[in-house]
Design a protein around this ligand. Structure first.
Ligand code: ZN
Ligand code: ZN
Ligand code: FE
Length: 762
C-alpha cells in the first residue's frame, strides 16, 4: 500500500428516519461530490443505504455535515456506519432502490407537503413551462403519503407510475443541481396528470386551463363545485354567498357544523380573522392545516358559515390547483370535505360522481389516483402553541418517538374520530383521521386501513390493542387480524397518549385529568370526569366527578336538556325552579322524570362532557347537539364573551374519590337567578370553578406533572385557566400538541400502553 493510499477507506452508512421523499439522496450526492468521495446511495425499505470511498478525513467530515446540514423536512433517527473493503469506483451515483428486507420496520413515510415558494413562483410565471400547471412540485413540496402505494419511495411504487416523464422532466430528475433531482412526483403539462371539468354525470366539458376557468365561473355563479385535491375531494363554494352556504348545508345534511374556508394569504386573512404570530406560522407551515381563528368584529362573511361561533376554520391554499383557483377568483372560498355527514372523504373519480353527484354542480377532477383518503388536518393555537384537533394531511403518518414502545402492536382506536396506530422500535405511527365508524363507508375504510397501514409501515403486529367498550364497532376490526387482543380502559389511553407525547418517563408517577364525553369504565358505568394516577404503565383511579343519571341513553347525548335533568336530580334541584323548565313540553318533562325516578333507559355517568351540556342548556344556550361538542362550545363562547373574576370553591372529601360538583351547579343556578349581570357571567364562573376543582385535586396529590387530556380540553378557556391555576400551585401542567386530545388520539395511547408490554391492570 502506497503512503497516499493509507488514508483511504470505504464506509457503509445506513440511515433510518425521515430520509426518503425529502431530497435526501440529492443532498448526499452533493455532499459526496463536494468532498470528492466516490460510491453510491440508494433507498431501501428500511431507510437509506450509502457506500463512500475516499480520505478518512473527508469521510468523517461527511458524517458530521450529514447531521448538521440536513434537508428541511428530513430527520435521522438512527445512523450506523462501519468500514468495508475498498472497491475503487470513480464517481458517486444514486442507484436503484434495494427491495431486500433488512430487519423489521421501514423508512419514515413523509406527509404531504404544501406547495413551496419556488414552485409557486414558477406556476405564476408566464414564461415558465409550468405556467398554471396544477401538479407542479419538487423535492421540497408536493404529494407524498397520498400517493405512496409501497416502500421504498420511488415513482414506480406511487400513483405517479402511469405517467412517463418527458425528456425535460427526466433531465431535471437526473441532474444533481436541480431542485427536482429525484423528486418522485415530478411532472409538467406535457407528461404529467391533467385536469378535467365534468358535469355531475361525469361528461367532460373542458380540460386543463379551460377546466379551471369553467369551475371558477361555476363558483362565481353561486354553485357548489367538487375539486379533487391532494388527499380527496373538497366541496368549494363562494364563502360570501349566503344562498350557496344554505344550499351546501341542505345538500350535505350539515345543519350547523362550522364550514372551513380557504383564504388567499395571511394578509388577506386579517380582514376576516385575527392572526397571531404563532397562528400565522401554523397557517403557512408545510402541514397547512385548517386553523381555528377568532373572527374579526367587522368580518364581512355570513354568520351561517359557523352559526353562533366567534371562530372560523381557515386554511391557505396548499396545492397548485387551490392557488390557481383562488387567485383567479379573488374571494374567500368554503372548502369543506367532499363527503356526506361523517363518512370518509371521497378520493376516486367514479366514487365522487356517485357519492357527491347530488351535492356538487360540477366536478374539477384529475387523473392521478389518490392512494388513501386524507382529510384536512385541524389545529389551533392553545396556551401559546400548536394543538392538533384532527390529525390527517400534512401530519400523518409521521412517527412519534415513545420510550419503551417496543413490541410490534396495532392499535385500532375508538368509534368516534377513529384513527389507528402501529408501534415498534420505540416509535408510534398514528394514522390519518378515518372518521366516525357509524357509517358503512367509514367501517370499510377502517378495515382497509387495518391491513394496509401496518403493511406500509413494514410492521407485523404481534398483538391488537383496543378499547374495553363491548359495544364499539371498532372491536370487530380486531377480527381482521387473528392476534391476541389487549383490551384497554378508554381514559387510561387518553392519559398515556398525553404523557407519551410530552416525553414523560412512564416509570415516574404522574397525575392525569381526563375529561371527555363517554368512555367505558372498569365498573361498567360511563366514565368521563377522571383523575388517574399513572405509574409503570398502570393506573389507579384516585378521583372522579360524582356520577349522575343520564336519561334517554343516546338521546341524552344529543339533547343537553336531558343531561341537565340528570344533573339537577343529583343536585336535588327541581326542574320547575329553573328557567330550563319552559324548554320542555309537558310530555318530554313527564318522560324525563319517569326515566330518572324508575331508572329506566338511563345510564350512570361521571362525564364532564355531559356536565358541560347540562350547564349549556341551563344557561339557555344550546338545546341540541347537532354535532359532537356543540353545546359545550356554546358555553365556552358565552364564557369568553363575559369573563367572571371569581370561582366557586368546593370542599374535597378525603375519604371518597367521588367529587361532589353539585355546589358548582347550584352556583350556576343562583347566578342565573341573580339578575342579568351575574347571569351573563355564569358560564365563565362555571369554567373557572372547574379549573379550581382540578387544581385542588392536583394540589392534594404528590405528583408534580399533571396531564390535561380528553375532548373537554379542546375547550381553550378550560385548558388555559387550568394551566394557570396549576402553575400557581407549583405543578407542571402538560397538554397535547400533535396528538389530538379527543378520541382521535386514542389509538396513539393504546399503542403506547400495549407496546410497552407490561401487565396492565387497574
Ligand atoms: Zn416545490
Ligand atoms: Zn414533463
Ligand atoms: Fe374519549
Amino acid at each position: 500500500m502506497s503512503k497516499a493510499e493509507a488514508g483511504i477507506a470505504r464506509w457503509r452508512i445506513e440511515l433510518v428516519g425521515t430520509v426518503q421523499g425529502v431530497g435526501f439522496r440529492p443532498f448526499v450526492h452533493r455532499l459526496a461530490s463536494e468532498l470528492s468521495l466516490s460510491g453510491w446511495a440508494r433507498n431501501a425499505r428500511s431507510g437509506l443505504q450509502i457506500e463512500l470511498e475516499g480520505h478518512r478525513v473527508s469521510l468523517e467530515l461527511f458524517v458530521n455535515r450529514l447531521a448538521t446540514e440536513l434537508p428541511r423536512h428530513a430527520e435521522i433517527a438512527q445512523l450506523e456506519q462501519w468500514e468495508i473493503a475498498r472497491i475503487g469506483d470513480s464517481e458517486f451515483r444514486i442507484v436503484t432502490s434495494s427491495l431486500e428486507e433488512r430487519g423489521a420496520g421501514s423508512a419514515e413515510i413523509v406527509p404531504d407537503l404544501a406547495t413551496c415558494p419556488g414552485c409557486l413562483q414558477e406556476i405564476f410565471d408566464e414564461s415558465d413551462r409550468r405556467y398554471l400547471y396544477p401538479f407542479t412540485n419538487c423535492v421540497n413540496c408536493g404529494p407524498r403519503f397520498s400517493i405512496i402505494l409501497e416502500t421504498p419511495y420511488d415513482r414506480e411504487r406511487t400513483t405517479m407510475k402511469p405517467f412517463e416523464m418527458c425528456p425535460l422532466c427526466r433531465e431535471e430528475f437526473e441532474s444533481p443541481q436541480n431542485r427536482r433531482f429525484h423528486a418522485q412526483p415530478n411532472a409538467c403539462p406535457t407528461c404529467g396528470p391533467q385536469l378535467s371539468w365534468t358535469d355531475r354525470f361525469g361528461s367532460e366539458l373542458a380540460s386543463m386551463g379551460d377546466a379551471i376557468e369553467s369551475a371558477s365561473k361555476s363558483i362565481e355563479e353561486g354553485n357548489i363545485v367538487a375539486v379533487k385535491g391532494i388527499g380527496g375531494f373538497h366541496l368549494l363554494a363562494d364563502a360570501g354567498n349566503k344562498r350557496a352556504i344554505q344550499l351546501l348545508r341542505d345538500r350535505k345534511g350539515r345543519k350547523a357544523k362550522p364550514l372551513a374556508i380557504m383564504l388567499p394569504s395571511i394578509e388577506a386573512a386579517r380582514d376576516y380573522v385575527s392572526v397571531s404570530t404563532e397562528e400565522a406560522e401554523l397557517l403557512a407551515s408545510p402541514m397547512a392545516p385548517i386553523v381555528i381563528l377568532n373572527r374579526q368584529a367587522e368580518c364581512p362573511l355570513p354568520e351561517t358559515l359557523a352559526p353562533g361561533n366567534p371562530t372560523l376554520g381557515v386554511m391557505l391554499p396548499y396545492s397548485p390547483v387551490h392557488h390557481i383557483l383562488i387567485r383567479r377568483l379573488g374571494f374567500p372560498l368554503i372548502a369543506t370535505s367532499g363527503n356526506l355527514g361523517e363518512e370518509p372523504i371521497c378520493i376516486g373519480n367514479e366514487e365522487a360522481l356517485s357519492r357527491l353527484g347530488n351535492i356538487a354542480d360540477g366536478f374539477l377532477m384529475h387523473d392521478r389516483r389518490i392512494a388513501r383518503p386524507l382529510d384536512d388536518s385541524v389545529a389551533r393555537v392553545a396556551a401559546g402553541r400548536e394543538m392538533v384537533l384532527r390529525r390527517s394531511r400534512g401530519y400523518a403518518p409521521k412517527g412519534i418517538s415513545v420510550a419503551g414502545a417496543r413490541s410490534s402492536t396495532l392499535a385500532i382506536g375508538g368509534d368516534l374520530k377513529n384513527t389507528i396506530a402501529v408501534a415498534q422500535n420505540e416509535t408510534v405511527w398514528l394514522s390519518q383521521h378515518i372518521g366516525d365508524l357509524s357509517s358503512l363507508e367509514s367501517r370499510e375504510t377502517f378495515e382497509k386501513q387495518l391491513v394496509s397501514f401496518p403493511e406500509l409501515m413494514g410492521i407485523e403486529p404481534k398483538a391488537i390493542a383496543c378499547d374495553r367498550h363491548p359495544g364499539y364497532h371498532s372491536r370487530n376490526g380486531a377480527k381482521v387480524h387473528p392476534l391476541p387482543q389487549i383490551e384497554l380502559q378508554h381514559h387510561f389511553c387518553h392519559a398515556a397518549a398525553c404523557l407519551a407525547e410530552n416525553g414523560v418517563n412512564y416509570k415516574e408517577k404522574a397525575l392525569a385529568v381526563i375529561w371527555d364525553g363517554t368512555g367505558f369504565g372498569d365498573d361498567k358505568t360511563i366514565w368521563g370526569g377522571e383523575f388517574l394516577l399513572c405509574h409503570n404503565n398502570q393506573y389507579e383511579r384516585i378521583a372522579w366527578l360524582k356520577p349522575f343519571l343520564l336519561p334517554g341513553g343516546e338521546k341524552g347525548v344529543r339533547d343537553p336538556r336531558f343531561a341537565a335533568l340528570g344533573c339537577l336530580h343529583e343536585a336535588g334541584i327541581d326542574l320547575e325552579d329553573t328557567c330550563l323548565d319552559s324548554r320542555f313540553s309537558a310530555e318530554e318533562r313527564a318522560i324525563g322524570k319517569t326515566m330518572i325516578k324508575q331508572g329506566l333507559n338511563t345510564i350512570l355517568c361521571s362525564s364532564a362532557g355531559r356536565l358541560f351540556d347540562a350547564v349549556s342548556a341551563l344557561c339557555g344556550l344550546q338545546m341540541r347537539n347537532d354535532f359532537e361538542g356543540q353545546a359545550a362550545m356554546a358555553l365556552e363562547f358565552a364564557a369568553r364573551k363575559e369573563p367572571a373574576d371569581s370561582a366557586c370553591g368546593i370542599e374535597l372529601d378525603d375519604t371518597s374519590g367521588a367529587i361532589d360538583w353539585t355546589p358548582i351547579l347550584r352556583q350556576v343556578i343562583e347566578d342565573l337567578d341573580n339578575g342579568s349581570e351575574a347571569a351573563k357571567r355564569a358560564p365563565s364562573r362555571f369554567h373557572l370553578s372547574l379549573a379550581k376543582l382540578i387544581a385542588d385535586v392536583a394540589g392534594s396529590s404528590e405528583c408534580n406533572i399533571v396531564a390535561l387530556t380528553g375532548g373537554c380540553f379542546q375547550n381553550i378557556l378550560l385548558l388555559e385557566s387550568t394551566i394557570e391555576r396549576l402553575r400557581k400551585i407549583g405543578k407542571e401542567p402538560i397538554w397535547h400538541r400533535i396528538v389530538p386530545p379527543n378520541d382521535g388520539g386514542l389509538a396513539f395511547g393504546q399503542a403506547v400502553i400495549a407496546s410497552r408490554g407490561e401487565t396492565i391492570q387497574s
